[in-house]
Write a protein that binds this ligand. Structure first.
Ligand code: SF4
Length: 389
């Protein structure tokens, strides 16, 4: 199978449109694993080893991470996903960082499950702006059985557009995971959030083992696993190491590893937690890259507060995936055109950024305005009420 990595380098002679790129490369992959590269893939990391990586001089750590990155990936390719909230707020869980929890007064407007046609419109926009993966998130503890036919149809429709599909719907049973896989879902996101030791300070309504069980159900179904965590939640250095160990010591590494910087939202219990030093965040990206060399490490929430230089440093540390779009579920994210400009400055995905013309940008903007106008006129019966019991 041809990989995205190969396409990124071979595209210099043929400038692909974003849509062309997607249709010929439905699944993002690292370089094929050779026996030499296999040595980098370990599942027996210890706390002492990982703490020693955190203690390395910064330049040495960056060099090591970049070396691993270049061995396993095209260093100038960054996979782009778009994330859409398909059901917002009113979540019964108590994740201390999350504005979507019904337990915290964050002023967030809750929304019912989005109608499939609206999801498809958003997916088409994402495809037009160069995203290769479309992620759909619902603020649920877990999908109920009566929700399943609806989300299964949603997956089928998005998949038919030639996009990679990803969902995050909370805990999944084995049967639910199989049903989503059969519908064409490529990835399921379920984060471990933090270390097993710190977890109880952040969430009390489900256990670490619940999360591991869901990841196992996803893995057993044959879907790709997307799992990472959040740093800057007041955890210790050992906790950051512990999170990476929990991920890297899974039987198979998650194919996608989102590393989030906490976005402090007023009204949540973590609103006033101390800021994490940005260099500690970059180190976390670099160490994730070293520990999970074949995984896409995603620079996720918190990117809006990072300047271009900080983001470039994260790419140097081995981050090779981002979310496009102005919103990450409910918190803001850099505008798509800012990302395109940054990619252009850094020579990332040059075949894609060249193809992303002003005309294409204008067309996407026009579609966005039209969509917003239509949404204002949307009657409420176009929404499926997922929060109703
Ligand atoms: S992170 Fe997910 S499960 Fe936790 S409160 Fe937010 S929406 Fe609910």
């Amino acid at each position: 199978m041809q990989t995205d990595t190969m396409t990124a380098t071979s595209a210099q002679t043929h400038v692909q449109s974003p849509a062309e790129h997607i249709s010929s490369n439905p699944i993002s992959l690292p370089k094929p694993l050779t026996a030499q590269m296999q040595q980098d893939v370990r599942h027996n990391w210890t706390l002492a080893e990982v703490n020693a990586l955190y203690d390395m001089p910064f330049n040495d750590l960056m060099f090591k991470a970049q070396t691993v990155h270049r061995t396993h990936f095209d260093p100038n390719y960054v996979q782009v996903s778009t994330l859409l909230s398909i059901k917002t707020g009113a979540c019964p869980e108590d994740c201390a960082y999350c504005p979507q929890s019904a337990r915290y007064d964050t002023g967030l407007e809750k929304e019912r499950l989005l109608e499939i046609s609206k999801v498809i419109e958003r997916a088409k926009e994402a495809r037009a702006t160069g995203s290769t993966r479309f992620c759909m998130g619902a603020a649920w503890r877990n999908p109920r059985e009566r929700d399943m036919p609806y989300v299964v149809d949603m997956v089928k429709e998005v998949k038919s557009l030639g996009l990679e599909t990803c969902m995050t719907l909370g805990m999944l049973t084995r049967d639910q995971a199989i049903a989503l896989k059969q519908a064409g879902l490529d990835y399921y996101n379920h984060n471990l959030d933090t270390s097993p030791e710190y977890y109880g300070d952040i969430i009390t309504t489900r256990t670490y083992q619940d999360r591991l069980d869901t990841l196992q159900n996803v893995r057993d179904s044959g879907m790709h696993v997307c799992s990472g965590g959040i740093v800057g939640m007041g955890e210790t250095g050992d906790d950051r190491s512990g999170l990476l160990i929990a991920l890297a010591n899974l039987e198979r590494h998650p194919e996608s590893v989102p590393i989030n910087m906490l976005v402090k939202v007023k009204g949540t219990p973590l609103d006033k937690v101390d800021d994490l030093d940005y260099f500690e965040f970059i180190r976390t990206i670099a160490i994730a890259r070293i520990m999970m060399p074949q995984s896409f490490v995603r620079l996720s929430a918190g990117r809006e507060a990072m300047n271009e230089q900080m983001q470039a440093m994260c790419f140097m540390a081995g981050a090779n995936s981002i979310f496009y779009g102005c919103k990450l579920l409910t918190t803001s994210n850099p505008e798509t055109h800012e990302d395109v400009m940054l990619f252009k400055k850094l020579g990332i995905n040059s075949h894609q950024t060249k193809a992303y013309s002003d005309e294409a940008h204008e067309a996407a903007l026009h579609d966005e305005i039209q969509l917003q106008q239509e949404q204002q006129a949307v009657p409420s019966d176009l929404f499926y009420d997922a929060s109703a019991t």
